[in-house]
Design a protein around this ligand. Structure first.
Ligand code: FAD
Length: 461
């Protein structure tokens, strides 16, 4: 297969068994090993189309990776297309649009847009890929003021299942446009996206960190501050168990802490005074920020790491919810084996999706809970999954049962993100645009084709 692929593309190809295969298939998130059949680093759009046409002829499936922040075993057996070499970013300051190639990371976009005083719907990490994040909705720092990233997309350039290059927007391909804005990457191979930017304005943000003993007081302040926060103010609370790694500052290694991460657009910082009243902070990085400083607020690791994350949408964050999280931590000595238990305040623009929104739609739940644990071995992963399940069960009366698509993890399916009727519509779009099921996203909407389906498809017309 390696030689066949090398004949049709210009970018490097490494097939299973060839030198460099393990390095080529490794995702950013090291917790999941993907047993793909070959890796093609596409050089350009023509390469991307050539792989899809080859896969169609050979009866193969194609998975796609920008960075590999959410790899799953759904890619097993596929030809993995990596887009990292296609990372161009163009900013049109007059139109306030970014045009980015499929392999760009959020840090690439923020650096370019900041030159014009503009910013996009960036999330917590500068090394997350724009494409996977945006195709899955994307709940970031500006979600309360501008909604999900997917709903800011104006057009996408894609390769369709028949290997054609198509520009998808509200006029040309409305159904595909709707599905790609929140429903993941199961319908086409995206080569570029165009999306809206907005004025960065005067930003203020950073992290305040206290020893875990202050968690109850910090949670109370978080509840009060989020109740009165304007839409330009985002506040996230995180219980943290810092690992004893050399990458962590020495005074934090192995420590249990509670953090408040904030980003304020303009003069909306009033509610933050509640946190200033809590003594004992060991770190306070809050300051006036350039957009390029946003990616550092949460101090997330930028190098590849093994992690498992579970997302849950909370219907409230009352004292009872906070107490439940603290009780689990107290019972077990700390949040370990999790590293992070994070609650993000949502609301604002997320509750008012635009009339022309993609399937990402809106989010009515007021808080997002994420439970992240390092999983460098199957034993660590099992402990992380067990603790996540314990917390989710205890909080089940406070969760809606729905998860944002970008917070799905191995073992979840799109049915965890979408209502049955929505999933039916996505499946119909998948069938019409990719009848051969060439594209295989990390969370496929389609059930795999049966032998009978394949026989019907392969039968001469
Ligand atoms: C440290 C960290 C921080 C995060 N912060 C946030 C956050 O603040 N908000 C949030 O909403 N999410 C966040 N996430 C989740 C993140 O949005 C998902 O992991 C997302 O999938 C990352 O996109 P990617 O392109 O980097 O990942 P990849 O794993 O490369 O891609 C994920 C999936 O997207 C699809 N895809 C990628 N490229 C293409 C393409 N060219 N064509 C078609 N399909 C494609 C594929 O189905 C692929 O499996 C975070 C994750 C991590 C690990």
């Amino acid at each position: 297969m390696g030689d066949d692929l090398r004949r049709v593309v210009r970018g490097p190809v490494v097939a299973a068994g060839e030198d460099g295969f393990d390095a080529a298939r490794r995702a950013w998130n090291l917790a999941v090993e993907q047993r793909v059949s070959a890796v093609v680093e596409v050089a350009d759009t023509e390469d991307a189309a050539a792989v899809v046409r080859y896969a169609g002829r050979a009866g193969l499936a194609v998975s796609t990776r920008a960075t590999g922040h959410t790899p799953t075993a759904a890619a097993d057996g596929t030809v993995l297309v990596t887009t990292g070499a296609m990372n161009g970013v163009e900013i049109d300051p007059e139109a306030r649009l970014a045009r980015v190639q499929a392999g760009a990371r959020w840090g690439d976009v923020v650096t370019e847009s900041a030159r014009h005083g503009l910013v996009g719907a960036v999330g917590s990490s500068p090394v997350v890929g724009v494409t996977g994040y945006t195709l899955g909705g994307g709940v970031g720092w500006f979600a309360r003021s501008h909604g999900q990233a997917a709903n800011l997309v104006r057009a996408l350039d894609v390769v369709t299942g028949d290997g054609n290059r198509v520009r998808v927007n509200a006029d040309s391909e409305p159904e595909l446009f709707w599905a790609l804005r929140g429903g993941g990457g199961d319908y086409a191979l995206v080569t570029a996206l165009e999306f809206e930017l907005f004025d960065a304005g005067a930003l203020f943000g950073g992290r305040v960190l206290w020893p875990a003993e202050r968690a109850e007081a910090v949670m109370a302040a978080f509840r009060e501050a989020t109740a009165e926060a304007a839409e330009g103010l985002s506040i996230w609370l995180t219980l943290i168990q810092f690992p004893p790694f050399p990458t962590v500052p020495e005074f934090l290694r192995g420590q249990s802490m509670v953090a408040v991460d904030v980003l304020a657009q303009g003069d909306v910082t009033g509610p933050l005074r509640r946190f200033d009243e809590i003594p004992g902070a060991v770190l306070d990085t809050r300051r006036g920020l350039d957009p390029t400083g946003i990616g550092g607020i949460c101090m997330e690791p930028e190098d590849p790491s093994p992690a498992r994350v579970r997302g849950e949408l909370l219907t409230e964050f009352t004292t009872a919810v906070g107490d439940s999280l603290l009780a689990t931590a107290a019972r077990n000595g700390s949040v370990y084996p999790l590293a992070l238990v994070q609650v993000r305040h949502l609301g604002g623009a997320l509750t008012r999706p635009p009339a022309d929104a993609g399937v990402a739609g809106g989010i009515s739940e007021p808080y997002l809970l994420s439970l992240l644990g390092p999983a460098p071995s199957p034993q660590h992963a099992a402990a992380v999954l067990e603790r996540r399940a314990e917390i989710a069960t205890e909080l089940s009366i406070y969760t809606s049962g729905r998860k944002p698509f970008t917070y799905l993890d191995s073992g979840d399916t799109p049915a965890d993100a979408f209502a049955p009727a929505t999933l039916d519509r996505l499946r119909d779009i998948k069938r019409r645009n990719d009848p051969q099921e060439i594209f295989r996203s990390n969370f496929p909407v389609a059930e795999p084709l049966t032998e009978l389906d394949r026989a019907v498809l392969d039968a001469p017309a």
